[in-house]
Design a protein around this ligand. Sequence first.
Ligand code: NIG
Ligand code: FE
Length: 394
Amino acid sequence: AMNDIVVLNDASIIVDNDGIIAAVGPSSEISEKFKDATFEKEIDATGRCVIPGLVDCHTHPVYAGDRVQEYRMKLEGATYMDIHKIGGGIGFTVRHVAQTSEDELLALTKPRLMTMMRHGTTLADCKSGYGLVTEQEIKLLKVLQRAKKEVPLDIVMNLLAAHSVPEGYTADEATEMIVKEMIPKVIEMKKEGKLDVELIDAFCEKNIYEVAQTERIMLEGKKNGLGINFHADELSALGGAEMGARIGALGMSHLECISDKGMRLMAEHKSVAILLPTTAWIMHLTPPPARKMIELNVPVAVASDYNPNAYCMSMPFVMNLSCILMGMTMNEALVAGTLNAAASLGHSDMYGSLEVGKFGDMLILDAPQWEHLFYRISDEPILKVIKKGKVIDF
Ligand code: NIG
Ligand code: FE
């Protein structure tokens, strides 16, 4: 049903004092129904259009040190794995993060989150993942916990426990450490109200974490109440999607190399495929089979994958690439960057569409039709970002 969107002409939306949508519909009906109400603020969007706030369901915003030098190497022919093997890539960022304090990381992260908002994102999955060992991963989660209070963006914290194998460990030893030490510690802090972690993630890939190791980590997270949402089948067809669908993953990301069986199982178990066109584009990968997924009824979401490898914080650009590189229709891309993205995080009850009872998160576009949002490449017509009924100041 990704093409079924409703466009109302001449509509009004009412958001209540709790930031929840109280009414949405034709202006004449709403005016009549609320004729005796007084409003704290009214916004006239005549001639413009209003769409749901965008949901970026895969980002890695807490890091230090840029990787522009690696970008150059990739353009000159190096692959992601070539760089990984010589200690670059995730390893480079992990070394920088280890030398950066929590306060410094927070100072780096907050403007990134505000940039995401300026591009229309109102809810984001934010992963840890550049710590690899317990103490460092907790440092990253604490940064996100503080950012949640200091930035108006809504954040779903995702413990990316197994992003790469830490130095001095084998993948088996690291799996053991994550299951026996890292997850219990994070869960203990969650129970004490110190970390609102909701999801668990891993990089399930050949020579990183194999399917069995990833499964063990995911199940340990699930047992402790975390939603499963991990990187699968990006650079090789390992069978991550099949495993994830079977164990009830809310979503799996990348999937450039997913098998037909993986797609059928994801459709059957309603696992959301989180596609990341920026990564495929930058790394010259064959993009994931979005059309085939949609035909097979896999719910498809798209996300920026913002990280030092894929430096993009703009969901409108991601949605443009979804159409151009992956053959999605504009309606499908809109749903993929809003409602389906929210579903992949377990939050479609409150986010992702303009419906009564959901948060009043929306964008006012200075454009006569919503399609201008990703038609106007790199100059998005976002006039206002509204979060729970309040206009965000930038
Ligand atoms: O989703 N594939 C693994 N993780 C990230 C990249 C992280 C990095 O290179 O720093 C991704 O693309
Ligand atoms: Fe990622």
